[in-house]
Design a protein around this ligand. Structure first.
Ligand SMILES: [Ca+2]
Ligand SMILES: [Ca+2]
Length: 160
């Protein structure tokens, strides 16, 4: 039995090289890591530098197994800003998952989680010219509603 362990480890390593989401995982393997995803609390986040509209950014996050990021607290907000700065080398405006496109002033998260925390900048959200239904972080240390057709980087979240 002792000789089986190296084989299991090799198998786990080989599987780890493949896309972890589409490959069944052996129970014996150590808990999966998500390459490129950074853990905060019980969730994982990744910054996508490519500039996309909010809808394309959300579709991209879904392809990666998540949604645009929801934010639950100031500490999480601050940590996400730090992650954006590490990846983009500046605090650039970046899509998060909050939108009021279904009904004006009814803000929702694309991942379906309850809105428990917001951090709007002063006089925001202002729905400027009646066409701001999506949300960017890094309006200073705050959030701003912006046209969903803006093309900016984005941050995704997944639960595991
Ligand atoms: Ca709006
Ligand atoms: Ca605005």
């Amino acid at each position: 039995m002792g000789s089986a362990l190296p084989l299991i480890v090799l198998l786990c390593l080989a599987i780890g090289q493949l896309d972890g989401r589409s490959v069944p995982r052996f129970k014996l393997c150590p808990s999966p890591v998500n390459p490129g995803w950074a853990r905060y609390g019980s969730r994982y986040f990744i910054v996508q530098p490519r500039r996309m509209t909010m809808a394309d950014a959300e579709l991209n996050c879904i392809r990666l197994g998540g949604n645009l990021a929801s934010i639950r607290s100031y500490s999480e907000h601050a940590w996400i800003r730090g992650l954006i700065r590490r990846v983009l080398r500046s605090y650039r405006p970046t899509w998060i998952g909050m939108f009021d496109a279904i009904q004006e002033r009814k803000w929702l998260w694309t991942d379906g989680s309850k809105v428990r925390y917001t951090r709007w900048a002063r006089k925001q959200p202002d729905n400027y010219r009646g066409r701001e239904d999506c949300t960017q972080i890094n309006s200073g240390n705050y959030w701003n509603d912006r046209p969903c057709t803006d093309r900016v980087p984005s941050v995704c979240v997944r639960r595991r």
